[in-house]
Ligand binder design. Structure first.
Ligand code: SAJ
Length: 432
């Protein structure tokens, strides 16, 4: 695509969702313009490279950029479809912040022409798509907008949340079913035609508000189920039971499927989205709020329990295993593992070593703590206490023979055959 050629589709926001989406659409043959406010992101992608880690994304982006199907810019250009995939964080007091969505909408409004389709993919509080519509109507009184005209509207506006799992984004972008919520049924039909161009999963149409709530509900559902597992793990500790064994056995029931406990819930979705529901229905969202509290509380619980173990052994070197918010990715945002490791590094300084195969260096926050990033073999050779925080495959594959003598606090249950450190201490005492 030459610089002058009009794009078919503009994707606004080139992050974990926007970039893979832009690349997949470009692969299907459309001319895509990816737009981002960050010049470094725009330049990196223009050079056929990527600024995030995601399976197979590098090759895909390189291919579509070199074929001229994806180019990038800081500025929007007129096109037929606008896909908005910008962040929707929350502010102080867990209040949803949709300012990036409204800013993107303002920019889109300036480019619109009759026949265009605008789709919001960002996770958003219920009512956001209608707010976009109202903003467009205000900025472009020349256009007939859906829901506010008795005639056939000039444009279509819809909400279609992404539901892809980091680490499997490309696969899930194509194969997952999609909910497409139109401001009107006509809007939903228009957006459906667009998504059918690159999605293999079933695309189900609905209204915009239901689609917005569906996305929030999906992540709140998972948060709640993880909270159940995390609460069980704390109860099991108190009752001196092995939570992994209990869950494994309970899951043999045909209608029971308990998730896995861990050091808390991280990432920028599951720990965030339930707050959008709580914000809209504070008095009613009791379970959802409790789940958030349980999962956030688990991080502090793990920090405290780890600190107690380390304090008992002031001369032993400690390996904190992992910083990522979940297995096999390099994403440390809102990571419970990083929070625990930082708590321990701040309290115990140079006694703490960190093993994170997905990091080239420790995040900035660790700089004054004295903790060091070491490799796995160094940890196996020199550390006596292991605090397992992330279930990376490379950690799971360490054979028992290489770790049998370690004291382990395994918050992810990655080494089911590991002697529990209380028993191990007892065994060692009996043996001596
Ligand atoms: N976790 C546990 N125990 C489990 C499962 C997960 O402790 O049994 C933890 C993880 O370690 C991580 C956090 O929960 O810290 C979230 O991880 P995740 O794999 O459950 O989800 P995300 O945040 O990577 O992606 C979620 C997905 N939502 C659902 O599964 C309902 C994904 O499909 C969404 O697209 C994504 O949020 C999003 O963007 O909203």
């Amino acid at each position: 695509m030459s610089l002058q050629e009009k794009p078919d589709i503009c994707v606004i926001g080139l992050g974990y969702i926007g970039l893979p989406t832009a690349a997949i659409i470009a692969r299907s043959g459309s001319k895509v313009l990816g737009v981002d406010v960050n010049p470094a992101v725009v330049e990196t992608i223009a050079a056929g490279k990527i600024h995030i880690e995601e399976v197979d994304l590098d090759g895909l982006v390189k291919g579509v950029v070199s074929r001229g199907n994806l180019r990038t810019s800081l500025q929007l250009e007129p096109s037929d479809v606008f896909v908005i995939a910008v962040p929707t964080p929350f502010t102080e007091g867990h209040v949803p912040d949709i300012s990036y969505v409204l800013e993107a909408t303002t920019n889109v409004a300036a480019c619109l022409k009759p026949g265009d389709i605008i789709v919001l993919e960002s996770t958003s509080p219920v009512g956001t798509t209608e707010k976009m519509r109202d903003l467009i109507s205000k900025l472009r009184p020349d256009l007939k907008v859906p829901g506010l005209t008795s005639e056939i509207p000039d444009i279509a506006i819809a909400y279609c949340p992404e539901r892809v799992l980091p680490g499997k984004i490309l696969e899930e972008l194509i194969n997952n079913d999609r909910s497409i919520g139109g401001i009107t049924p006509r809007c939903a039909r228009k957006a459906l035609t667009f998504y059918k161009g690159f999605v293999r999963g079933e695309c189900v149409t609905t209204d915009a508000r239901s689609a917005e709530m569906t996305k929030l509900v999906e992540n709140a559902y998972r948060d709640l189920n993880i909270a159940f597992a995390n609460e069980l793990s704390v109860i099991a500790d108190k009752m001196e039971l092995d939570v992994w064994e209990v869950i494994k056995l309970a899951n043999r029931h045909p209608r029971v499927n308990i998730l896995q406990p861990g050091p808390g819930v991280g990432g920028h979705c599951i720990a965030v989205d339930p707050w959008f529901i709580i914000h809209s229905a504070k008095d009613e969202a009791k379970l959802i709020k409790t789940a958030r509290d349980v999962n956030d509380g688990k991080v502090d619980y793990v920090s405290k329990k780890s600190a107690e173990l380390i304090a008992k052994h002031p001369t032993k070197r400690v390996a904190c295993m992992g910083l990522a918010f979940k297995a096999n990715i390099d994403d440390f945002r809102e990571s419970p593992a990083k929070k625990v490791a930082l708590d321990l590094a701040q309290e115990f300084g140079a006694q703490i070593d960190i093993v994170e195969p997905f990091a080239a260096e420790l995040p900035e926050e660790f700089s004054s703590t004295g903790a060091k990033l070491i490799d796995l073999d160094d940890a196996i050779e020199n550390c006596e206490i292991f605090i397992n925080l992330v279930d990376h495959d490379v950690f799971k594959s360490i054979p028992l023979a290489e770790r049998a003598q370690k004291m382990v606090y395994d918050t992810r249950g990655i080494w089911p055959d590991q002697p529990r450190y209380e028993d191990q201490a007892l065994d060692l005492k009996l043996a001596s």
